[in-house]
Design a protein around this ligand. Sequence first.
Ligand SMILES: O=C(O)CCC(=O)C1=CC=C[C@@H](O)[C@@H]1C(=O)O
Ligand SMILES: [Mg+2]
Length: 315
Amino acid sequence: MVYQLQFRPYQRSFVRSLSTSHGNWETREGIIIKLIDETGVIGWGEIAPLPWFGSESLAEALDFCSQLGKEITTETIFSIPDELPACQFGLQSAWEAIKQPQKATFNFKFSGLLPTGEAALHTWQKLWQEGYRTFKWKIGVLPITAEIDLFNKLIQALPNEAKVRLDANGGLNWEKAIEWLEICDRWQIEFLEQPLALGKEKAMLELSKKYSTPLALDESVATIAQLKACYQLGLRGIFVIKPCIAGSPFHLREFCQQNNLDIVFSSVFETTIGRQAALKLATEIPSKNRALGFGINHWFKEDEETWLASLWNHL
Ligand SMILES: O=C(O)CCC(=O)C1=CC=C[C@@H](O)[C@@H]1C(=O)O
Ligand SMILES: [Mg+2]
């Protein structure tokens, strides 16, 4: 089957810089894909790279799309190299959208991503009013004493029924991870995400045996190959899966359906198009009743529907 291919790069500025131990992220850049089959049925997809998580860069994704030309076959869509996981996800989910029109609504609970540092103390209230009951806060950015001080203020300000997750983005060393895990156990934090850097999975396996707070791997399991490697290593905590950068949705669904993983699906700040494909995948993969890491809409200023429509009208 041959499909017409159109693609459009985009840029969206965050309302505030997203500070993590990887650095500051100001603008989300990606590519919207439009596939049209021989009968005129349209399938939308999104390529949302996250190179500091190990996916291809936007430039590499754009080079790949540019050399595809105006037509693409099913065979080409399913032979995209594993070095291009965001392209695999974008094009294969667009293909799947033609075959199985995506559900428009999902009834998941989402976790609200708080801004890093002190700003969290002034923003959780609005998210609480919007209905969020799970919040994620990034650590490993400020000096640990300052962050622990802010954490104590945040955790005592939040209602008791609130669930809190901490995400270090690999920014802690062993000693700081221990210091944070003692606090996590005391306050029954839902999980501590990627305390140690990519490559320290064995150390995290050791760490996971010492405290009751579960560890969640994120950067360590960014692609399907990494997810499989960590599973083989014996890691059985929580797996944060970012479908848009993991690779083929078909391979991801197959592996997760064969193995009973404790998964938290997570956004890469993609648009509605990538999010719909990611959430459709979440409905097809069994996981525990944890809030999904897609509570990120407040990180952008413009209304997404109008922005997306305006983007495509120029094509
Ligand atoms: O998972 C969530 O709750 C929201 C998404 C999120 O936290 C992230 C998305 C993309 C890059 C990272 O800065 C961050 C993460 O590390 O999980
Ligand atoms: Mg994370």
